[in-house]
Design a protein around this ligand. Sequence first.
Ligand code: NAP
Length: 290
Amino acid sequence: MAKVAFLGLGVMGYPMAGHLAAAGHEVTVYNRTAAKADAWVAQHGGAAAPTPAEAAKGAEFVLSCVGNDDDLRQVCTGADGAFAGMAAGSVFVDHTTVSAAVTRELHAAGNEMGISLVDAPVSGGQAGAENGQLVVMCGGDEDAYKRAEPIIDSFAKACRRMGESGAGQLTKMVNQICIAGLVQGLSEGLHFAEKAGLDGRAVIDVIGGGAAGSWQMLNRYETMLDDHFEHGFAVDWMRKDLNICLSTADETGASLPVTALVDQFYKDVQKMGGGRWDTSSLFKRLRAMG
Ligand code: NAP
């Protein structure tokens, strides 16, 4: 069992850190809003620290799941950041969805201090985090990855190293690109069914097991038809991710016309007040258009 620190007890981080404690690791948590860290300790035991640096002291592994590039920089190398508390030879595992650029920047900064950074963004959403069934896409040094894998396994159903630093984040971008176009297609299908006077539920019942079936279709069609979007993966987070995809595509020369268009549709959803709605709210946008 290892001595582990976890930084960022949000929708994802709180249950992920819980799985580490349940697996028997000695966990110290840090959360910017201290009340959440206190609640976590009351539920799971372990300890809370007032800064990332203090949480990281003596830890063999420091895990994070915060918001965006700037947030990650702050908890790693900002004032009282984790790197200042980490010993040479320890491993930082980042589960935040961020750019490959910030990952490589922090990987290099860590290397100078003898700290290995593994990028390890996740897929599977809140339910995956709560059930310990996340898919984890990793990048970084092979040796650090091998050491981190058993720790990550506490909350993962699948975990794989995709290459050097940044490769995990690039894989997560592929995941988001695939989801964006698919959710718009699903929304258009359900919208078309409604306009044509079909029973949306019956339609999915028939086509859901065929070539058009998808995780999004099977897990989201009911809530979409019920106009229920106060759950799941927030549109604000999706736009953050799609912006990372689009700027990376500019650098690599990839062409992402559908992703760029769907990003603009999500902007419309934000204007409707749906920044925290689930990404399936693209359907609500179509319904609102009449
Ligand atoms: P969340 O509920 O908003 O939690 C964000 C966490 O990061 C909170 O603990 C927050 O602290 C902390 N934080 C943010 N900025 C910080 C800063 N500058 N310094 C210190 N702490 C900071 O978000 P989430 O849904 O857990 O998502 C976290 C990450 O996972 C995001 O990158 C997201 O894109 C990714 N992700 C989310 C999902 C999902 O379904 N939710 C799925 C896959 C990937 P406070 O409590 O003080 O605000």
